[in-house]
Ligand binder design. Structure first.
Ligand SMILES: [Zn+2]
Length: 141
């Protein structure tokens, strides 16, 4: 398994090393469990929106500020998911039988056509890393 994004030891330097030299889209890179543990499709989209990074940016081409933003975005997205007890998929239930509330917290995932809460541009959907990918075409560069 790869780096643990919620570990205190997860630094921008480590993330930078994990992405260095990679021409793969940043979305594919952060989904790669050999590099980063525990970032699934939903959290990848949410993290990239928070980081203002376009999902198709080459992973190895991010500068220091972008790497730092990505690190913060990944951690914030994972923490939000944990705080909301996970994403509600059709059959998801918390241990006490309730539904998770993460789906109400998504900024981009599954929100095609809805306005970006940061800039108002409609969220778009495309395929990246072979997965459905939601992003803001205006504020994710
Ligand atoms: Zn936006």
């Amino acid at each position: 398994m790869g780096l643990e994004p919620l570990a205190r030891s997860f630094t921008s330097k480590q993330l930078s090393r994990a992405l260095a030299g990679r021409r793969a889209p940043v979305k594919a890179a952060i989904l790669d469990q050999r590099r980063l543990a525990g970032v699934g499709n939903i959290y990848a989209d949410e993290a990239l929106w928070r980081s203002r990074l376009h999902p198709l940016r080459p992973a190895g081409g991010l500068d220091g500020e972008e790497i730092a933003a990505l690190r913060r975005g990944i951690r914030a997205a994972l923490r939000a998911g944990i705080a909301r007890q996970g994403a509600t998929l059709s059959n998801y239930r918390t241990p006490d039988g309730g539904r998770g509330r993460m789906q109400e917290e998504f900024r981009v995932y599954g929100r095609e056509g809805e306005p970006c809460e940061r800039c108002g541009t409609p969220i778009e959907k495309m395929r990246a890393a072979g997965r459905g990918t939601w992003y803001c075409p205006s504020c994710q560069h």
